[in-house]
Write a protein that binds this ligand. Structure first.
Ligand code: NDP
Length: 313
């Protein structure tokens, strides 16, 4: 069995050693990714890639599967027409990302629920004034996407006592979470104190949070996005923050990454920008998951996490 890894150069030694330990007997080649800068390796059975890998894919005639080191790799379909048709594209499922992503979202929700920004503003004026407390069970948080990541976030927020709503394409039953069907987006958004994006980027989700939909949130609501940046119409979000309709946005993902230096999010006083760090790809759990799936495929068994080309995720 031959495996080729496409990784940033600095990660190659560590990841190659870990894959070799997880799959003894496999021949493992590694190239600098996303664009290889040396000779291409011989044809492999499995390709593991981080980000785009079109050049490498084009030189691989007999791949049995491609493993993306990401939870939402739908954009890779554009790199090769065989992906999702003749060659399955397999994504990471949690692999240690869900817990830190829940913590990230919880921090943003608590910041808003506890009015920490408003108290910070009062403190700058040495103003001692209690704001009306917000009981968690009357504080509505809605999670867009109830998959591996969104489901963990919704469960975690419900365990903290928040009034949690969830929205997904197919019906979901999660204890403590009021589920909304795909055609009930407006009802899901109505009056939310915080909306959390945990959706993949697809033709159906790109631009979903536009001015009309964001206006359905409660006055002074907050937006948190850990899914994909294209979910939000940036100019509409900025306009609603400027108008005072929305209080704050905590954004980890952006339509263009790295976020261009001139983008208004960088300097907006009501926007917190983090550089796509809420769900780090952890070598240990990621390699264990990919290796286990490779071994299943070698035994002729099915694997989960195969991305559906038609759905886009
Ligand atoms: P999943 O594929 O497990 O879940 C996706 C969820 O989105 C599902 O609940 C799905 O519905 C729902 N969904 C997709 N399209 C629609 C639609 N058109 N209408 C309504 N619901 C829809 O993905 P994960 O939970 O593993 O990851 C979610 C996203 O988070 C990833 O795509 C990735 O982009 C992002 N991510 C970001 C990271 C970061 O560091 N910021 C790290 C990891 C992931 P259904 O359940 O019916 O299929």
């Amino acid at each position: 069995m031959r495996i080729v890894l496409s990784l940033p150069r600095a990660q190659i030694p560590d990841w190659t050693a870990r894959f070799a330990a997880a799959l003894p007997g496999a021949t493992i080649d590694a190239v600098n990714g996303p664009e290889p800068d040396g000779p291409l390796p011989p044809p492999a059975d499995y390709l593991v890639c981080w980000g785009r890998c079109a050049t490498l894919l084009a030189a691989q005639p007999r791949l049995r599967a491609v493993f993306a080191l990401a939870a939402g790799p739908g954009h890779l379909f554009a790199s090769d027409p065989r992906l999702g048709r003749e060659i399955p594209l397999v994504r990471l499922e949690d692999a240690g990302m869900a817990a830190p992503m829940f913590h990230y979202v919880l921090a943003a929700v608590l910041r808003h629920a506890l009015d920490l920004d408003r108290y910070a503003a009062q403190a700058r004026e040495a103003r001692w004034q209690a704001l009306p407390p917000r009981a968690p069970d009357r504080f509505a948080v809605g999670v867009l996407g109830l998959g591996t990541i969104g489901g963990a976030i919704a469960r975690g927020l419900a365990a903290q006592g928040f009034a949690v709503r969830g929205w997904s394409r197919s019906a979901k039953a999660i204890d403590g979470v009021t589920a909304f069907a795909a055609d009930a987006l407006d009802a899901f958004l109505d009056g939310l104190d915080v909306v959390v994006g945990a959706l993949p980027s697809t033709p159906a989700t790109d631009g979903l949070l536009d001015a009309r939909r964001l206006a359905r949130l409660a006055d002074g609501a907050a937006v948190v996005n850990v899914g994909r940046g294209r979910l939000i119409v940036d100019a509409d979000l900025v306009a609603l923050l400027d108008a005072g309709k929305l209080a704050h946005a905590t954004l980890d993902v952006f339509a263009e990454e790295p976020l261009p230096a001139a983008h208004p999010f960088w300097r907006h006083p009501k926007v917190t920008v983090t550089p796509h760090v809420s769900g780090p790809t952890l070598p240990g759990p990621s390699i264990a998951q990919v290796a286990e799936k490779i071994l299943r495929l070698e035994r002729g068994l099915a694997v989960t996490g195969v991305v559906d080309r038609a759905r886009g995720y």
